[in-house]
Design a protein around this ligand. Sequence first.
Ligand code: BES
Ligand code: ZN
Length: 593
Amino acid sequence: MARTDPHSHFDDLQPRATRWHLRLLADFDSRILAGEATLMFSGPVAGILDLDTRGLAIHRVWVTLTGVEVPHELGPEEPILGRRLRLRLPEATHGVSIAYETSPEATGLQWLEPAQTEGRRHPFLFSQCQAIHARSLVPCQDSAAARVTYDAEVVVPDGLRAVMSAGPAGDEPGPVPGTRVFHFRMPQPIPSYLLALAVGELESRELSPRSRVWAEPATIERAAWEFAGVEEMILKAEGLFGPYDWERYDMLVLPPAFPYGGMENPRMTFLTPALLAGDRSLVDVVAHELAHSWTGNLVTNATAEHFWLNEGFTVWAERRILEALHGEEACLVAWAIGQNALEESMERFRDQPELTLLRTHLAGVDPDEAFSSIPYEKGARLVAVLEQAAGEAAFRDFIQAYMKRFRFTSITTEQFCAFLEERLPGLQRAVDAQAWLDGPGMPANAPVFRSARLDRLTGLAQAWGQGARPDAGAGGWSPSELLVYLQNLPRALGPEDCAWLDRELGLTGRGNYEILVEWLTIAAASAYQPAFGRIREVLTRVGRMKYLRPLYAALGQHPATRELARAVFVQAAPGYHVLARRLVEGVLAGYPA
Ligand code: BES
Ligand code: ZN
């Protein structure tokens, strides 16, 4: 082979780095990470080594042990890929060191002003490397097919603390007065997209002997309460998938600009503070990120074209954990919420059916542009169909064997299929796995998750126009059931209907962002003026793209709300993550002229 990943210059015929040593200084004034990356090989190597970079300034490259200069050349900027850094390693090179710095516009970093934090006194920095942003932090073989262990030293201003997707290895006063240096060691091999760093004013609370949560002081008590049940989740997950292999499961609650709900950075899951609903109703995101400790972090998609192996398995795993914790009915509601997301994504990709395959072909396509609920929900449904056809017990054995066989490796859909055929011969054919993997849309044997309770909820919502109303303020509904109800309501609604909903169901004041945002999209699509203030507030405060996309899209339907959306964006955009900004720009560009 040679190049194996359409999104990386990684070439499996070239030397392969197996360990990184990072020495970085976080300069909040210039918004630059500056320092050295050393890439170590498992033995002596020589010849051409191509690395991925984006926005990096390369100062010097040398053989680590001898200091001998290494000839290098930075290629032209390519769309999606960034710039190739080609090194010519002399004979018997064991390690190569690169002095470099990041760009203030690094796509994998967001530098926050104090005003964007809860405490408002200190700045904050966080990384988000998936899918292909690690190259904007470190010159590296930025393909999920290449795994590395790492250690790191990060110098930060006094009063701030650094955390990474690694084990802490001590801290001490830094090289310059007014700084502190934090050491990390990551002994388990990870793909580059799982490199993670955050720096801020952080405190922690113990949740169990192997888990603690980190957050800003102003948020830490709420975070500790919300996620107190994490050990129970880990135990359930271990029962399903085998022992937890990463020693610790810590979590970090980020400032609200974090563009995702959660990111499964090993040993340190990153989470949006929008999960702090005050009633533990959004902890399914923790179940999801935790489940990635098996599906994704242990067994990893080789490239973004096999992303469903990460996310489809993880959604399925998340729901098995949820079922073990809260029973079958709660699990069915989660599948119903997922169905809604799946249908929205299918609709969004109506004119790009090639993005509705599970096994995608992404040469020339930015993985961030291909992102949708399809690998998640279509993928999880394929896993569920396989499970159903195999039988629960046989499938559990299969999953455990799968984890064992591929742990700490990165695989393709084809490798998964070969292993499936070996262990459960004929199963793929029986469920027509090929239609799922290589065909667009949803196959005919897609499972439908229903229950009498769910049918009542959706029926009630769909009969809104005929005057059906939930009685007694929907008192007996769980937050997820209320969400299903809202998702199934017709829109747009008239102002009286909106007022009724808000009054009877107490929507505008909700702390559960799933419910709040669903309600606000109804209000936006209905041009319901009394909700505009809250819409503005949410869009300026929260950077989670899952909320920005539907809200801005719903605001596109009326001239008055389009004006609101444009005005809010001008105000909010400087606080958005670069990916969130791009996403919203795309939505606004799609508004009718
Ligand atoms: N790994 C993803 C987030 C991600 C995917 C970031 C691709 C960048 C590129 C994470 O595990 C995830 O799926 N998060 C979801 C959680 C949800 C499915 C429970 C999110 O952020 O909404
Ligand atoms: Zn995920």
